[in-house]
Ligand binder design. Sequence first.
Ligand code: THU
Length: 136
Amino acid sequence: MDKNLLTKLAVESKKASYSPYSNFKVGAALLTKDGKIFTGANIENAAYTPSNCAERTAVFKAVSEGYREFEAIAIAGGFSDETADYCYPCGVCRQVLNEFVNADEFIVLIAKTAEDFKEYKLSQLLPFGFGPNDLR
Ligand code: THU
């Protein structure tokens, strides 16, 4: 897995952010198990609640194209294209990711820049998560 490519694409995807209300730009890059990458950006709405996070944009793009098996996601967010702090996924996005992955294996890269990132397993960010197995 090319982690630097994933973080680079997440940082680049911030450019597509539609965030006129918060001015907070988030980009994500989701790697499928067969090596395809889906990017996403946050998309806000004047009615606020219909807004969608970058991570969910990437997941929904992938799933709606027939991809359901994922290896990793990179996330980058901040108030400008250039500088950023580490941006962690919201609880809703952690839950959406948990629907499709093994949380002990799925890698989450939190990128400040393409080179400067922290690495987690989803289970570290969503311990004791509720998922599909609980309904089997
Ligand atoms: N946001 C994301 O896209 N991903 C996150 O992980 C955190 C928050 C977006 C939602 C909203 O458009 C803006 O950032 C401020 O909350």
